[in-house]
Design a protein around this ligand. Sequence first.
Ligand code: NOJ
Ligand code: CA
Length: 533
Amino acid sequence: MPDWLEKAVFYEIYPQSYIDSNGDGIGDLPGILKKLEYFQYLGINAVWLNPCFMSPFKDAGYDVSDFYQVAPRYGTNADLQTLFVEARRLGIRILLDLVPGHTSTECAWFKESCQAERNIYTDWYIWTNSIWTWNAPGVQTVIGYSERDGNYITNFFHFQPALNYGFAKPDPNQPWQQPVDAPGPQAVRRELKNIMKFWLDLGASGFRVDMAGSLVKNDPGCQETARLWHELRTWLDTEYPEAALVSEWSDPTVAIPAGFHMDFLLPFASPAYQALFAMKKIEAASQDVSGSCFFDPVRPGDIQRFLDSYLPLYQATRGKGFIVIPSGNHDTTPRLGNGRTPRDLALVFLFLLTIPGVPFIHYGDEIGMRSPDGLKSKEGGYGRTGARTPMQWDGSPNAGFSSAPRDQLYLPVEDSPTRPNVAAQRPIEDSLLNQVRQLIALRLAHPALCASGTFDPLYAEEGKLPFVYLRQQGEEKILVAINPSAQPCEIALDLEPSREQPECLYGEAAAFRQAGTQWRVHLPGVSGSVYRL
Ligand code: NOJ
Ligand code: CA
């Protein structure tokens, strides 16, 4: 386990939307390089960079056509290397986005694989044995794409043919389904390792792995896919022990034993995530008590719903790897900022930055950016497009993202006079940005709050507030109390009496006090407090 993960705070950067250095309307790597100062100011020490490789960009770069080359719109391999080096000098590590499951149809390997004549790429993708074989169970095929007499299997969109890692249980009646140890799947594995090696040697600190569980087909329980990752992790542990892997899997009980250091709970797939932050408009969620989420100021949902899903995952992975509850990502709308005030959001960050595992902040969430509704889909974004709009740096018309004419921006900036921006929030002491900074600093200053500090709910009663939990590491014990409701709350807490008044590290000093033999927690509406016991 790379030691640095203990104190890692990640920031997700969607390169096309972050900062444009040359006025072409698209964010780029030299732009990101100029923002290292901002990363330091914010206090993040790790970045997940969404795909920046050669691509026809039909899925915003998740359709890679050359895994060894930075897309010209972002810069060059040398620019990426410079970014690695300069960031690292400041203690900031960069993870690239690795897309192992598929390529673009524009990838040279796929074009070769499409040929009717056998060649070395013939078995790099999964093809049925004839174009008349198209209804293979559990997989999706594209029919009649080339003169090769077969259909290829897609991994996601139709232009993302699945690389061939074989089938865990090949169907004997479908001889085109190759076992994992067949030459094609083995060659693809070797190539995957080459890609990883290439970027690690250039200075990457690891990878966020796209659809990590998707590799081996017909793989009940993902056993063969897990074996593959385990093999890669074993290699990393010896060759690149500092490199980190975070999976897009949303099942830490499988991903972590498979070899990932961290696994995301995906907003759209994880009941634990949804119990915290509904994936619909807050206003709409509030009308439905049963479905409402905990961080809903109007009618907070039950924290027990979160704990019922989260605790089994936490207990199963403790000491082995980390669960990631991201603030959002480029696939999820609405953003947390939609329908929440800066005060609501500061409380969300208090939670996200004091729970175990590794925090990931989607760019712009630190200032409360909102995802606009009704945007025209861009590069396969569809309903996800709103989470990908330009970073809002200042109050100028293009929000400081780019000097290009407005109609040439990668995506329009949020069209609202109240849109938040960095420049406006920097000088204000209690702005959301400054509270997020303060919370990051708080986390990093206290081992109990870092990735592996233990987590014990102390007060989590059905239909009652606040939610109180204890984090502990070594001698240090930290108590966090959270009240997402607009109404104040007060409870008695069953804790050992103490001779000293606990030190308030964040929030209201008066929120936690001893009254006779009892401890009492009193929190104003939408507030949280942190104490060292
Ligand atoms: C997950 C990525 O986050 C998403 O943006 C992409 O469209 C799919 N995987 C396919 O690669
Ligand atoms: Ca640019």
